[in-house]
Structure formats: C-alpha cells, structure tokens
Design a protein. Structure first.
Length: 177
C-alpha cells in the first residue's frame, strides 16, 4: 500500500496535469489557431480565396454635405466637448468655442491663445479646410496645438460639419457640387 506522502504527490501530479489541460483548452478558446501558409502554397490559397472587396470611392465633400445629417453630427461632436464648447458666447476651454466657426478668421477668437502656426494661417474657415483639419489636424497644419488624432470616416466629418453649420445665426451656404 502507498503511504500518505505518496498519495499526496500523486494527487499533486494529477492536479497539475488537469490545470495544464484546462489552461490549454482556455487558451485555444481565447486565441484561435491560424494556419501558416508557405510560399509554395500561396498561389493555391490565392486562387481559392474570395476576391477582395474593392473600396468604395469616396464621394466629394459637396455631395457628402448635401447628404449629411446634423443630428448625427451632434452625436459626433460629443468627441469634441472635452476641449470645446459649442454655445453662442460659450467660454473657451482647452480649445476655442466653436460657435460660428465657419465665418471666423482662422487663428483668431477673443480670449483664446492659438499656436503661432494657426495664428499665422489667416483667411476664414471653409468647409474643405475644416474637413481636412478634422480628418487629421497635424497633417493639415504642422505646429497646431490640437492633440486630437482626427475623425477618419468622411461621412462622420460631413455630419459634424452639417451640425457646425447650424451653429450660426445665419448658416453659411453649402459648397456647390
């Protein structure tokens, strides 16, 4: 007969094997297996896979703005409220108040200190400029203080611009197609 010490060691080994099996099973559920395709098999795999879906060509901004939904744009604008206000006469935060932005001179708003790059830009904001700025601020204007990464989806930007257009006493006209 086995001693108590031998039974304890045997039970520990069985428990360890069960733990290894359970960890392996759980790992397989969490991380799916992928097949490694060798260069020789790549041609065969390419011929059996479905053709890649072509990306839809992006619509021009005037078309996107004509189809835009200002209510959806108000939801997109929630990404901006940590740094900006949208109210008429609203206070500046980390970023300037955005009421009537589309008729405002770029880099100038009372009580807000812009980066020198933005202050030197001059001109007024257009739909095209705002679209490019919102898409990726650092690409539009090197040296901007705006740390936001941007909004990638063109329809979301158009919805946001449609919402921002409503933030005027008399909204500026949409660009012509």
């Amino acid at each position: 007969m086995w001693s108590l010490s031998t039974n304890t060691k045997f039970a520990a080994i069985v428990a360890a094997l069960w733990l290894i099996w359970i960890a392996n099973y759980a790992g397989n559920l969490l991380i799916p297996h992928t097949e490694i395709v060798h260069a020789d098999d790549a041609e065969m795999v390419a011929s059996t896979t479905a053709p890649a879906k072509e990306a839809e060509p992006e619509k021009p901004l005037p078309v996107l703005l004509a189809e835009a939904d200002a209510e959806k744009g108000a939801r997109v604008a929630k990404k901006c409220v940590s740094c900006h206000t949208f109210d008429n006469g609203g206070k500046n935060k980390v970023g300037p108040n955005l009421w009537a932005l589309m008729t405002r001179t770029r880099g100038q708003h009372e009580g807000f200190s812009y980066s020198s790059a933005m202050a030197d830009l001059g001109g007024t904001w257009s739909y095209e400029d705002l679209d490019a700025f919102i898409a990726k601020p650092k690409d539009f204007l090197s040296g901007t203080k705006m740390a936001f990464a941007g909004i990638k989806k063109a329809t979301d930007r158009a919805d946001l611009l449609a919402y921002m257009r409503t933030l005027h006493d008399s909204p500026p006209p949409l660009p012509q197609q």
